[in-house]
Design a protein around this ligand. Structure first.
Ligand SMILES: NC(=O)C1=CN([C@@H]2O[C@H](COP(=O)(O)OP(=O)(O)OC[C@H]3O[C@@H](n4cnc5c(N)ncnc54)[C@H](OP(=O)(O)O)[C@@H]3O)[C@@H](O)[C@H]2O)C=CC1
Ligand SMILES: CC[C@](O)(C(C)=O)C(=O)O
Ligand SMILES: [Mg+2]
Ligand SMILES: [Mg+2]
Length: 337
């Protein structure tokens, strides 16, 4: 089925400019949405708990910070940009008691609706604006006059105008400069989880670490291995981003292209594709969501252990040393990261 793609000309910015928006959370996505909404002329306030380390940052950046309950009570559109595993508790304690007829409840990812963790009342719009990129780059691209594409979805259309509202919000954070695709909470959740697990984060990180290990274990210099499998990956992916895999193949040598065509399928073998299908199945049947929610409730023991192992991988120390010598990389992740 053909998708519907919307651009700035299809969006009416005045719709979101007429709302009182509360952004709950001020992390990767929260800071990007809030600052870009404000820069687009939207009345925005931030909801953060009293002890949150992000309060000072949001205030320094000129935003009004309230508690999540105060922000929800004041607003008529509430965007939840807290961690997925914390959203249900925040919703029940700080948001649900303040929902009024005509309010809108927005999400940046469909996890809590797709897996029935949050069940909103029928008198509010429930919609999603999910940028297809990390929050710090969503903000950086907005500031640079560009935009990260976004998905919008409407789960519940109490007002009859929820889609126009979601599109207006997406335009205000720069998404409609690049393209906004209409989807469902289910499609966004399942494709997003699959993308981050199998390709963008899980697949790419494991590919880079494994390539580094193979080279260094064979006795090659870690610095050369780093440049080869991590630093240059960005340059190769830049070509894919600009012109697809064909542009990448146009720019590389024919020796590289022959290796790409013949060896690539051996690395990403049919067994890898089978494993990817299994991972997708675990997302679709809720296994991953149940595992992640239980891991979080248990205090994240496995997450913490694996994160530490990743931080201690030798590629990190090698990379830090080399990036310190390149003034244009390793910019701090700040407002315009
Ligand atoms: N990271 C990304 O680029 C993307 C994320 N998303 C989605 O966006 C949502 C937010 O993710 P992300 O930006 O990564 O989250 P982060 O972990 O970066 O930030 C979470 C924010 O929520 C705050 N927070 C924690 N607990 C509470 C609470 N009880 N009440 C209010 N605020 C709270 C945190 O405060 P403190 O600073 O004090 O810890 C922090 O500011 C998720 O649904 C995610 O799936 C979607 C697309 C991409
Ligand atoms: C790729 C990871 C992501 O889905 C994103 C930045 O889009 C996330 O959840 O952070
Ligand atoms: Mg994503
Ligand atoms: Mg995601």
């Amino acid at each position: 089925m053909a998708v519907e793609i919307f651009y700035d000309d299809d969006a009416d910015l005045s719709i979101i400019q007429g709302r009182k928006v509360a952004v709950i959370g001020y992390g990767s996505q929260g800071h990007a949405h809030s600052l870009s909404l404000r820069d687009s002329g939207v009345d925005v306030r931030i909801g953060l708990p009293e002890g949150s380390k992000s309060r000072a940052k949001a205030e320094e950046q000129g935003l009004r910070v309230l508690t999540p309950a105060e922000a929800s009570a004041e607003a008529d559109l509430i965007m939840i940009l807290a961690p997925d595993t914390k959203q249900r508790a925040i919703y029940e304690k700080d948001i649900e008691p303040h929902l009024k007829d005509g309010d809108a409840l927005f999400f940046g990812h469909g996890f809590n609706i797709r897996y029935d963790l949050i069940k909103p009342p029928s008198n509010v719009d429930v919609a999603m604006v999910a940028p297809k990129g990390p929050g710090h780059l969503v903000r950086r691209q907005f500031v640079d006059g560009k935009g990260v594409p976004a998905l919008i979805a409407v789960e519940q259309d109490a007002s009859g105008t929820a889609q126009a509202l979601a599109l207006s919000y997406a335009a205000a954070i720069g998404g409609a400069r690049a393209g906004v695709i209409k989807t469902t909470f289910t499609e966004e959740t399942e494709t997003d989880l699959f993308g981050e697990q199998a390709v963008l984060c899980g697949g790419a990180s494991a590919l880079v670490q494994t390539g580094f290990e193979v080279l260094t274990e064979a006795g090659y210099a870690p610095e050369i291995a780093y440049f080869e499998v991590l630093h240059e990956l960005k340059l190769i992916v830049d070509l894919m981003y600009e012109g697809g895999i064909a542009r990448q193949r146009y720019s590389i040598s024919d020796t590289a292209e022959y290796g790409d065509l013949t060896r690539g399928p051996r690395v990403i073998s049919p067994a890898v594709k089978e494993e990817m299908k299994k991972i997708l199945g675990e997302i679709q049947d809720g296994t991953f969501a149940r595992e992640w929610v239980a891991e979080d409730e248990a205090g994240r023991p496995n997450f913490t252990k694996l994160e530490k192992q990743g931080d201690e991988h030798p590629i990190e120390a090698t990379g830090k040393k080399l990036r310190d010598l390149m003034s244009w990389v390793d910019r701090p992740i700040t407002e315009t990261a």
